[in-house]
Design a protein around this ligand. Structure first.
Ligand code: PLP
Length: 410
């Protein structure tokens, strides 16, 4: 495409999405106020940014940060730790913390995110999985249902200890859940079995909407600090928020029975976790604008996009079906080339463990693997969909997406 064509396309799309961007800005302002008011109420101060060492008993920075998460998520208790190595670690800690041999869990949103497959161990065999500990597992996919009550009545039984509900589509083309959907699902689960724990995988979902899952009836929620809620500044970590008794069980799993959340040094990171949280509603909005802009550009170029440009969104992921392997590769290489870090690297498709097909990934990020920063990936199989997410600034996302359009559409 000529530069002239690209410029015209860009202006048309920006015009088309102006109204939606206004709504994104309103949600960002709402969530910024939520975070700001929480910081004012719990009285965050410079003293909380100090590092601690050793056992770190009485670490006021760690305690204050968890108090803040409790307020923001309207939870009873929180565990926000850099000792979580990733989102998967936080999610696995919830499952292993709550489930006991002989218990049964059910996924209500189909096959969970790839890295959760080895945690559960039923579809993919793995050492140390829940399956090895004698936890039963079933899954159904409710995401395209409208009547959750009928769908859930038959699958959640008196035996079902925990229901896993993944908000984001992850790397599939199923529908992303909104917090309203989560509310209906949680109500249906509780009516089938009031003791069944409703657990939300909230990765990529934070601050996209005005409410978070606990406000919609979820018992416990977990996610990654190198996605939305870390605001691009958190260097690593994960969080768990929810009912006090449940979060306590997860703390015993993270550290040791009897110890729980009373220990854990914050090392050099506290300020980044606070500051990242403060900018997270804005950064999430930047990423959302990038996703919406990409949908607008590529749908105008004739490609199928999920969600559609103007759809209501529940996460920051944009899928684009590029239909040909060369286009998927060219797209990812363009995103890498327009990254602030490792721009000279040329992504290649490779056989990743746990995936059936080769996968290509672009991520030139400051924090390794941080997908709140602009990144793109996709498996080399029909329909050659690329999954695009993140962008610390919309300006960057816009420039890189236009380069990807230039490179992949001849
Ligand atoms: C990112 C993600 C996870 C966890 O992945 P990590 O790379 O371990 O942080 C789990 N579920 C979903 C839906 C995700 O998007």
């Amino acid at each position: 495409m000529t530069d002239e064509k690209i410029l015209k396309l860009k202006l048309e799309v920006l015009d088309e999405v102006a109204e939606i961007f206004k709504r994104v800005d309103e949600v960002a302002e709402f969530n910024t106020l939520k975070v700001l008011n929480s910081m004012r109420e719990v009285k965050v101060s410079d003293a909380h940014f100090k590092t601690s060492t050793g056992y770190a008993y009485g670490d006021i920075g760690r305690e204050k940060l968890e108090e803040l998460y409790v307020k923001i998520f309207k939870a009873e208790s929180a565990l926000v730790r850099t000792q979580f190595v990733s989102g998967t670690h936080a999610l696995a800690t919830v499952l292993f913390g709550i489930l006991r041999p002989g218990d049964e869990m059910i996924s209500l949103t189909g096959a969970p995110y790839d890295t959760m497959q080895t945690v559960i161990g039923h579809a993919v065999k793995s050492k140390g999985s829940l399956k090895e500990f004698g936890v039963g597992y079933r899954e159904i996919d409710l995401t395209n249902e409208t009547n959750y009550f009928d769908a859930i009545k038959n699958v959640v039984t008196a035996k079902t200890k925990l229901a896993l509900i993944q908000k984001s589509r992850g790397y599939s083309t199923r529908k992303t859940l909104t917090v309203d959907d989560i509310e209906k699902i949680c109500a249906a689960v509780k009516s089938a079995n009031k003791n069944c724990v409703t657990f939300i995988d909230n990765c990529y979902g934070e601050f996209v909407e005005r409410r978070e899952p606990i406000e919609a009836g979820a018992d416990i929620v977990a996610g990654s600090l190198i996605k939305n809620i870390g605001g691009g500044l958190a260097p690593t970590g994960g969080y768990i928020v929810g009912r006090r008794d449940l979060v306590e069980l997860t703390a015993y799993r993270l550290t040791a029975p009897g110890m729980g959340g009373e220990l854990g040094a914050s090392l050099g990171t506290p300020r980044l976790l606070y500051q990242g949280l403060f900018v997270a509603p804005h950064v999430t909005a930047q990423a959302l604008k990038g996703a919406i802009f990409a949908a607008g550009i590529f749908s105008r170029l004739g490609y199928k996009v999920f969600p559609a440009t103007k759809d209501f969104r529940g996460d920051i992921i944009q899928a684009i079906e590029l239909n040909r392997a060369e286009k998927l590769i060219a797209f990812c290489r363009a995103i890498q080339k327009f990254s602030p870090v490792d721009s000279y690297a040329v992504p290649e498709a490779w056989a990743m463990p746990g995936y059936e097909d080769e996968v290509i990934m672009a991520a030139g990020t400051f924090v390794q693997g941080a997908s709140i920063e602009l990144s793109a990936d996709g498996p080399l199989r029909e329909p050659y969909a690329v999954y695009l997410q993140g962008g610390l600034t919309f300006e960057h996302a816009k420039l890189a997406i236009l380069e990807a359009a230039r490179a992949s559409v001849q």
